[in-house]
Write a protein that binds this ligand. Structure first.
Ligand SMILES: Nc1ncnc2c1ncn2[C@@H]1O[C@H](COP(=O)(O)OP(=O)(O)OP(=O)(O)O)[C@@H](O)[C@H]1O
Length: 301
């Protein structure tokens, strides 16, 4: 196993001659192996495009992407990818789908975990895929993905059509299984609150660019929520600031001690992400996890 699960260097993607420009532009990032990475960003930010590149389904227009120390095509057997539309064969039953998973992954297939994911949802193994609800199909797609026993699991909004109880339960199974086997998970989602407590790495994209990247605890520690009477926040980097009456609430990246008179708190993941979504012009921040030391790279968007 390599220490880097996913690495992109100046990755760019342009679809056809789109007037709107680049779906991904100048994306340089690294996700260490064994992390559970939340991939967030507004609609159209490039999350699905990045995941499809990592899965080897799209080729970069510029730059490069490597997974598990090789090209996405070279790592195909060690990657599982669950796309938003979760393609399955509608005419097969659940049991036949699991059998197909075993046949397509000789020597790797973990029937126990695949069966558990299906059974925990109370699915009838004789039911045809076409008769299942959207959420039930999601469960079968995740069963196939985990059954493949991947080193890198790429999930594009995997929980979107599951009910809250099923989400909670499946997320628990997914995280426990990934922790047990050291699987790297990269998971896009719009439900940020749900990612809190599940992920230890964050990648926030906006308009095809990396806006925030790095170990989650270090990204949170690099930001402070300050509240106080309106005043100058220099020399700190202000990500977002809002004034209510005479009170200012701001998310800052402190450049030294924050002056007296400000109440300070560490933001939650949701506060961190929402502030960056509301302030698309805030400078990008990448914390490069280099073992003992973290390199800080701040750049204007
Ligand atoms: N096959 C395609 N052809 C042309 N443009 C595309 C194609 N796929 C994606 N795009 C464009 O690339 C940009 C990024 O799309 P992408 O689906 O990666 O965003 P996303 O962050 O996953 O969005 P969402 O949160 O809505 O799923 C969008 O502007 C989209 O219109």
């Amino acid at each position: 196993m390599t220490s880097t699960a996913l690495e992109a260097a100046a990755l760019g993607k342009k679809f056809g001659r789109r007037k709107a420009g680049w779906a991904l532009h100048d994306c340089t990032l690294r996700i260490p192996a064994g992390r559970v990475c939340a991939l967030v960003g507004p609609n159209g930010a490039g999350k699905s495009t990045l995941l499809a590149h990592a899965a080897g389904l799209l080729a970069p227009t510029e730059g490069s992407i490597h997974v598990l120390g090789t090209t996405p095509a070279g790592a195909r057997e060690r990657i599982a990818y669950v796309a938003q539309d979760k393609p399955l064969y509608p005419q097969l039953t659940v049991a036949e789908t699991l059998r197909l998973g075993r046949e397509l992954n000789p020597g790797r297939w973990d029937a126990a975990v695949a069966g558990r994911v299906v059974d925990e949802g109370g699915l009838d193994r004789d039911a045809k895929i076409r008769s299942l609800s959207g959420g039930q199909r999601t469960r079968v797609a995740l069963a196939l993905a985990l059954g493949k026993r991947p080193e890198l699991l790429l999930l594009d909004e995997p929980m979107a059509d599951l009910d809250p109880l099923a989400r909670h339960q499946l997320m628990g199974t997914l995280l426990a299984d990934s922790a047990e086997h050291g699987t790297t998970v990269v998971m896009s989602s719009h439900v940020v609150a749900e990612l809190e407590g599940s992920c230890d790495h964050l990648l926030l994209l906006g308009e095809g660019r990396v806006r925030l990247a790095g170990p989650l605890d270090e990204l949170l520690a690099a930001h402070t929520l300050v509240t106080g009477p309106a005043g100058d926040l220099a020399p700190h980097t202000v990500v977002e600031s809002r004034t209510t009456g005479r009170q200012v609430t701001a998310l800052i990246r402190p450049q030294g001690p924050v002056g007296a008179g400000w109440q300070t708190d560490e933001p939650t993941l949701e506060e961190l992400v929402l502030a960056h979504l509301r302030a698309p012009q805030a400078p990008a921040l990448t914390l490069v996890d280099g073992g003992d030391e973290t390199e800080v790279q701040e750049a204007a968007v």
